[in-house]
Design a protein around this ligand. Structure first.
Ligand code: IPM
Ligand code: MN
Length: 350
């Protein structure tokens, strides 16, 4: 019996999470394990109603689950930054979800905007550091609102934070066993402090503990160029928080869009949180037009992390089948089915 905390969140989050839960219920039943879901109504609605974003008591409760399943955070009536920082980022920091794992995999039959590239070429994983960099929130204002105002937004890289992320990435590359190549994505030519640390740690850890993994380096600007031109060059990419945020939106686009892109916020020693990487899509809320496959893919990643590998691959294979044999497009409103029907198709092909 797995205890799962469910945070449907804002906008279309609840719609896609409902489909993920449907699939989890179906697959667990036939795989011989059970899942107990506890819902939390965190998000923009609750914030506007009560002023509460994420009570400390909820954080303590969340530590006691086997995993967390999240829909989306972000509400059009709440100023940008409040929910993102108060809820999503706070969860990442408080639960020390120091890895953001984002596979970029083009499934057969899915359209990519990249000409002449297919599933063989688009199949890599981004390991994004998830608790440091500019996201740590260091900085502030001086003389705010005056002509002399100064805004400082600092980037934090700790040896410990960088090294644990690198170790995870090396191990992941080993386990993935594809090209056994790990690319550090950085900016050593300009960010000469942060990426000096990253680069030294990368080679030290790699040389000493992962000699079987080929070490590769690319500047972030070159990385996005190659993600478009030669995505087949990548096996696993490891990078800092902000770069990882940016390059994984590009990753989502080349794998077929936000409707399919899933990710995990992982604490390898604790509880992890899984989510579709797209946002709350306010303009589609309540219309049953968004694609739940990203949320279902996130559920598959959750199963894998829980050690239910067989159930995880059954879900992933069903997603692949539905992409290939049913959906007209992965885009919202263009699937040929509504959100619930897509969930049903996945359940049926389990
Ligand atoms: C993501 C999102 C978040 C981030 C936002 C919502 C704070 O874009 O998960 O990639 O920047 O990490
Ligand atoms: Mn993002």
């Amino acid at each position: 019996m797995y205890k799962i905390a469910v945070l449907p969140g804002d906008g279309t989050g609840p719609e896609v999470v409902a489909e993920g839960l449907k699939v989890l219920e179906a697959v667990s039943e036939s795989a011989g394990f059970a899942m107990d879901f506890t819902r939390y109504d965190l998000g923009g609605e609750r914030y506007m109603r009560t002023g509460e974003i994420l009570p400390d008591s909820v954080i303590e409760e969340l530590r006691g689950y086997d995993a967390i399943y999240l829909g989306a955070i972000g509400h059009p009536d709440v100023k940008p930054g409040i929910l993102e920082k108060g809820l999503l980022l706070r969860l990442r920091f408080e639960l020390d979800l120091y890895i953001n794992l984002r596979p970029v995999k083009l499934y057969p039959g899915v359209d990519t905007p990249l000409k002449d590239k297919g599933p063989k070429e688009i199949d890599f994983v981004v390991v994004r550091e998830n608790t440091e960099g500019q996201y740590a929130g260091a900085g502030g204002f001086l003389r705010k609102g005056t002509p002399d105002e100064i805004a400082i937004q600092e980037s934090i890289s700790t040896r410990k934070g960088v090294e644990r992320c690198l170790r995870y990435a090396f191990q992941y590359t080993q386990k993935r066993n594809k090209d056994k190549k790990l690319t550090l994505c950085g900016k050593t030519n300009v960010l000469t402090y942060a990426f000096d640390l990253w680069e030294r740690a990368f080679h030290e850890v790699g040389q000493k503990d992962f000699p079987d993994i080929t070490r590769d380096y690319a500047h972030v600007d070159a990385t996005v160029m190659w993600m478009v031109k030669n995505p087949e060059w990548f096996d696993v990419i490891v990078t800092e928080n902000m770069f990882g945020d940016i390059i994984t939106d590009l990753g989502a686009m080349i794998q077929g869009g936000m409707g399919i892109a899933a990710g995990g916020n992982i604490n390898p020693e604790g509880v992890s949180m899984f989510e579709p990487i797209g946002g709350s899509a306010p303009k589609y809320t309540g219309l049953s037009v968004v694609n739940p496959l990203a949320a279902i893919g996130a559920a598959a990643m959750m199963l894998e992390t829980l050690g239910e590998d067989k159930a995880a691959s059954r879900v992933e294979n069903s997603v692949i089948h539905v992409c290939q044999s049913h959906l007209k497009s992965l885009a919202a409103g263009k699937m040929g089915y509504n959100t619930q029907e897509v969930g049903d198709l996945v359940v049926k092909s389990l």
